[in-house]
Write a new protein. Structure first.
Length: 412
């Protein structure tokens, strides 16, 4: 089979759908990053510990675990567009539920709307991630998803500076969510009126995968998909642990070898630094989408995993300013991991893609591991970074396995 030396990122017929779908990546990036600010905000306003505030992540990301398969089933039956619209409606309604939550003003009153928002985000991500990989030549699927995820990084980067500065200067929690809810519901109306092309897969498994129940047994026979699922879970554990712990780590006093190290910055400044780190994250995804047009995705993933593990090691060597710089660099290197692992895990699955995507979208349940991170952090401020270190090692092994099996990976 003859291939062009430089395949197009997408085709003309898919350009508008690709642009529309990519806007969704910004929305959930913005929404998920606000969670990292809520940890510190609720610790101060409701006087709870890091471990207790970790329930914010547990509640939201448990929604991914519980709703990913139903979302995949819904999207398989009704298509990508209806999946997107339903997800946007849940997202918008959950955001508006912060109004009664603020009136009640208890921790659980805020956890309920966060769970509903998590359900909405599950539908959005289950639809948009695989759809982005399908809107163009298969050779550029990974690069295309990384470009879409760049806008996810933009949402992540804007949220800390914009919302963090507002919250930590005495702003109320309801206003950002009221605005966000209104915007999201307006976008839901737009998507309900737009026709998005459905992707029909043609694979040797088509006839069997259409038999009810068979697609699940067939999916679990793909060993590289299972390994990709594990790698993506460990990535989510690593990323969410670092994001959620960033402001706590940079603002709290801690003791290392008997020496007291004072908080490096106040919460507002920490929010700005987190925003800067997430701009690096966005830049890393954009740069990665370019690099992977020329370098195999598994090679880039392997190098980035090694660099991220190194950044975690530097934090243990110097918990002062060096730790901040290592954290910042880590955001740059980890940026390509989610879309790259996601697309590599879907490689060659054909008609199983929608089902596989719904399973992969269960992996944000890794955010629940921040409960473990918070528990460790209440006792020791550095030890929590061992959690993401282990995650990056797992990703390194996954990428190295793909490199070693390069020709085989497309056939399994």
């Amino acid at each position: 089979m003859t291939q062009n030396t430089a395949p197009k990122l997408t085709n003309r017929r898919y350009l508008v759908p690709f642009i529309l779908i990519t806007t969704l990546f910004f929305l959930w990036g913005f929404a998920r990053t606000i969670l990292d600010l809520l940890n510190k905000h609720f610790q101060d306003s409701l006087h709870i510990s890091i471990t207790q505030s970790a329930l914010i992540q547990v509640t939201t990301y448990m929604a991914y675990f519980l709703m990913a398969v139903p979302a995949g089933t819904f999207i398989t039956r009704y298509g990508y567009r209806r999946g997107v619209v339903f997800g946007l409606v849940l997202f918008g309604l959950g955001a508006l539920m912060f109004i009664p939550g603020a009136a009640i003003n208890t921790f659980i009153a805020f956890l309920i709307p966060l769970f509903i928002i998590g359900c909405g985000l599950t539908f959005l991500e289950t639809a948009a991630n695989p759809y982005s990989t399908e809107l163009g030549p298969k050779e550029t699927a990974t690069s295309r998803l990384n470009l879409s995820q760049t806008f996810n990084g933009l949402g992540c980067a804007i949220a800390p500076a914009l919302i963090g500065g507002y919250l930590f200067n005495g702003g109320d929690i309801t206003t950002p969510y009221i605005i966000m809810g209104g915007v999201v519901l307006a976008i839901a109306v737009i998507f309900s009126q737009v026709k998005l092309p459905e992707i029909n897969h043609h694979s040797s498994a088509d006839k069997t995968t259409k038999i009810k129940g068979n697609r699940w047994s067939l999916l679990w026979k793909h060993k590289l998909f299972i390994f990709g699922l594990v790698a993506l879970l460990f990535y989510e554990i690593a990323e969410i642990s670092i994001n959620s712990y960033f402001i706590n780590f940079t603002t709290m006093d801690h003791v290392v070898d008997g020496e007291v190290i004072h908080g490096l910055m106040d919460p507002v400044t920490a929010s700005v630094w987190l925003s800067g780190a997430l701009f690096l994250f966005m830049g890393g995804r954009f740069l990665g989408s370019i690099i992977m047009a020329f370098v195999k995705a598994e090679i880039v993933l392997c190098g980035c995993a090694l660099l991220c593990a190194g950044c975690m090691g530097l934090i243990f060597l110097d918990p002062g300013k060096m730790a901040i710089y290592a954290l910042m660099a880590n955001y740059l290197f980890e940026a390509i991991m989610f879309p790259t692992i996601f697309s590599l895990a879907l490689r060659g699955l054909g008609d199983l893609t929608k089902t596989a995507s719904s399973v992969l979208m269960m992996t944000p349940v890794g955010g629940c591991f921040f409960l473990l991170t918070g528990y460790i952090a209440d006792a020791h401020m550095l030890l929590p970074f061992a959690v993401p270190f282990i995650g990056y090692i797992v990703i390194l092994v996954f990428a190295y396995t793909l490199i070693c099996r390069k020709g085989v990976a497309n056939q399994i």
